[in-house]
Design a protein around this ligand. Structure first.
Ligand SMILES: [Zn+2]
Ligand SMILES: [Zn+2]
Length: 351
């Protein structure tokens, strides 16, 4: 065991502050990495403040962070995929049972015994796992990803959660040439959905409530932008979408989007509104339409996404901050005052 610097919340009302935490010494299959950048996901804020107490109570001190890009510093004797100096990524998962049918299919995100990167029981060290707001991590190589070196690591970090969360459903529901794909909400998730849908070859339409985001949506790759409060603009797209990715995390009317789906088409939720959504049955009955959900992605699919990003030069739009500004960043996140993701330069933790 060794100690490493980190930023942690000591309680639900506490600001994040510097601390030191334990890491296990790397085992035979482990990769030790120095964290270069860590994205700030809204889940970090929810869990630092114990806002998911009912389903996922936070254990303090809580070290968030699951959008991690790092550099390998050490590997265990049986590690085959990585060597010191490699640029790597770690997302929302650091372990699973590896034996269930989901794990065997490379869908570790569905494993009922998976270990999340932070605030999850740590089977190896005891206590709970600690995330990427830290200097050093030790992770089993199965849960470490190769990161293309032609991409800016600060802007790669959010791909590990926001990226895979939008990539997986776009692939599952066949976004590609000849398909019309809608992306609802232009935030951390939505802006990646737009980039991916466009790069996959789909006709990409963004729905937003903010006129101020129209220009940005076009810059990010949208072919069309619809202001969702404009009923006549919405009506023009009725029954025309092959797939809609709904990345809104606030309560909203999904019936307005169900009306835009073609026969047998699917609207998939990747945001998590706090209240149950109301769905009108008739909107689904006629047209045999579907509403689905999708959580992050498995390890093989996450690697596929990172490789695709390397080939197509895709990264997140980030504002890079030192770790000392993380509490201000959380306040700005609550106001959606970032385009479109904060990425923490972890060199600031070491200086
Ligand atoms: Zn996340
Ligand atoms: Zn499993």
């Amino acid at each position: 065991m060794f100690q490493t610097k980190a930023y942690a919340a000591a309680g639900k009302s506490a600001k994040l502050a510097p601390t030191t935490i334990d890491r296990r010494d790397p085992g035979e299959h482990d990769v030790q990495l120095q964290v270069l950048f860590c994205g700030i996901c809204h889940s970090d804020l929810h869990q630092a403040r114990d806002e998911w107490h009912a389903v996922f109570a936070t254990v303090y001190p809580c070290v968030p962070g699951h959008e991690i890009v790092g550099q390998v510093t050490k590997v265990g004797a049986k590690v085959t995929k990585f060597k010191p100096g490699d640029r790597v990524g770690v997302g929302c998962l650091v372990d699973s049972d590896r034996t269930c049918s989901e794990c065997q299919d490379g869908l570790e995100q569905m494993c009922l015994a998976s270990t999340f990167t932070y605030n999850s029981p740590d089977k190896k060290l005891g206590g709970v796992t600690r995330g990427g707001y830290s200097d050093t991590m030790v992770v089993d190589e199965r849960f470490v990803l190769r990161v293309p070196t032609n991409l800016d690591p600060a802007a790669v970090a959010p791909l590990l959660c926001a990226g895979i969360t939008t990539w997986s459903p776009l692939r599952t529901w066949g976004a590609g040439p000849g398909k019309k794909v809608g992306v609802v909400g232009l935030g951390g998730l939505g802006h990646m959905g737009v980039k991916f849908a466009r790069a996959l070859g789909a006709h990409t339409v963004v729905f937003t409530t903010s006129p101020s985001k129209v220009e940005d949506a076009l810059r990010l790759g949208a072919h069309e932008v619809v202001l969702s409060k404009d009923a006549s603009a919405m009506a023009k797209h009725a029954g025309s979408f092959d797939f809609i990715l709904d990345a809104v995390s606030a309560n909203h009317d999904i019936n307005a989007y169900v009306a835009l789906l073609r026969r047998d088409a699917t609207l998939t939720l990747v945001g998590a509104p706090p209240e149950p959504l109301q769905v009108g049955a008739f909107g689904l009955l006629f047209g045999r339409k579907r509403i689905a959900g999708s959580p992050i992605g498995g390890l093989p699919e996450t690697q596929e996404m990172l490789d695709f990003c390397g080939q197509h030069g895709i990264t997140a739009d980030v504002e890079t901050i030192p770790i000392q500004q993380v509490n201000e960043a959380y306040e700005r996140l609550l106001k959606a005052d970032v385009r479109y993701r904060f990425s923490i330069d972890m060199a600031s933790l070491r200086s």
